[in-house]
Design a protein around this ligand. Structure first.
Ligand SMILES: NC(=O)c1ccc[n+]([C@@H]2O[C@H](COP(=O)([O-])OP(=O)(O)OC[C@H]3O[C@@H](n4cnc5c(N)ncnc54)[C@H](OP(=O)(O)O)[C@@H]3O)[C@@H](O)[C@H]2O)c1
Length: 332
């Protein structure tokens, strides 16, 4: 039985990835900072939760002992430039070194759509810049720059915004509209190509299988849904699907960026994980749409599922009537 270590397996995408891995017959290990964070996956048959500080390279190596593959889902969406560097650059460096030291054969790394690894400094936000630099660090340390075959292969998956039950995107916009009669929105024309969490998890599984079967090399995929939406359309879709205002949603008022920044500052005052940060606004200066330069879901034998078909199924039950508490990400 092949053994897989999932870093960040306790999160939104991680739960779906772990379930698919277990069903596919892998023995799965999940690292977490606190075991209680992993309660959504700890019941999965044969899955082991490891309480571990992944930033400690020695601890990371111990967790990787005997693993055939590693999946890295650890990331943050908000934080200081130092925090982004710590999680998106320093950690990948430690992961890559540990993979080589422990004989791991394949690493699947989840990055983000909009990352331009060829020009990291052109990124509009700390999130995208640190993600791009992190990809480059992995490629360099694993010795895959020339397409060469080091000990460990690498798959980089770049998803657009991910939707699905308990997502932190459409649900948040639905909750805001449950509370307020109008929806002031910055970057309303920013474009996204939302991808279903189950498709992302299947892409992880299929790319892992491929990586373990083939010679170690670098593969990059863009994971996007079948349709492009503006942020305004997504916000309206979230409210209508949640049944807010008898299914009509709220009027969406586009804000100029400077007003969006004031709004982000105010939202940052709500306790818990910020709903929207200055850095998120910076990320939205770039369309979150597949470039077409890299293969997509089809190259992993998957057909992208549509938001129109899946969104209403979970948004109605997830989002409605959760009030202010729902705005704080129910993180554990
Ligand atoms: N969700 C989206 O729409 C989206 C879109 C594009 C790309 N992505 C990418 O997909 C991946 C998974 O995203 P997700 O939405 O599943 O994220 P998530 O729910 O926030 O989960 C991330 C996990 O990382 C761990 N983590 C967070 N900060 C950490 C830190 N400072 N040190 C160590 N571990 C930490 C947490 O595990 P513990 O608390 O258990 O330690 C958490 O469960 C990420 O790389 C993300 O950038 C997501």
């Amino acid at each position: 039985m092949k053994q897989v270590l999932v870093l960040g397996g306790s999160g939104f995408v991680g739960g779906h990835v772990c379930e698919k891995l277990v069903r596919a017959g892998y023995r799965v290990f999940v690292t977490t900072r606190k075991a209680v964070h992993a309660r959504s996956v700890m019941h999965l048959p044969g899955l082991t939760v490891l309480e571990c500080n992944v930033h400690d390279e020695a601890a990371l190596k111990r967790a990787m002992a005997g693993m055939d593959a590693v999946i890295n889902l650890v990331a943050i969406l908000h934080g200081s430039p130092v925090a982004f560097q710590h999680v998106h650059q320093d950690l990948p460096a430690k992961i890559a070194r540990a993979c080589l030291a422990m004989g791991v054969r394949h690493l699947v790394h989840i990055s983000a759509l909009g990352v331009n690894a060829a020009q990291p400094q052109s990124a509009p936000s700390n999130y995208l810049r640190s993600k791009a630099l992190g990809e480059n660090i992995l490629v360099d340390i694993l010795g895959l720059r020339e397409g060469g075959a080091a000990g460990c292969g690498l798959t980089v998956l770049r998803p657009s915004v991910i939707f699905g039950a308990n997502d932190k995107f459409l649900n948040v916009f639905a909750r805001l509209q449950a509370l307020f009669p109008v929806m002031p929105l910055a970057c309303a024309d920013a474009r996204f190509q939302p991808v279903w969490v189950e498709d992302v998890a299947s892409a992880v599984l299929n790319s892992l299988k491929q990586g373990l079967e083939q010679a170690p090399t670098l593969r990059v995929y863009e994971l996007a849904g079948p349709q492009v939406y503006t942020l305004r359309q997504l916000v309206q879709f979230a409210a209508r699907s949640s049944g807010i205002n008898q299914g009509q949603g709220r009027p969406v008022i586009g804000l100029p960026l400077w007003m969006g920044r004031i709004q982000a500052f105010a939202l940052g005052l709500i306790p818990g994980t910020p709903v929207m940060s200055q850095d998120n606004l910076d990320s939205m200066q770039l369309d979150n749409v597949a470039s077409g330069e890299w293969p997509g879901l089809a190259a992993l034998d998957l057909q992208a599922s549509s938001l129109q078909a899946i969104g209403p199924e979970y948004l109605f039950t997830d989002a409605a009537a959760q009030g202010l508490l729902g705005l704080r990400h129910r993180h554990r």
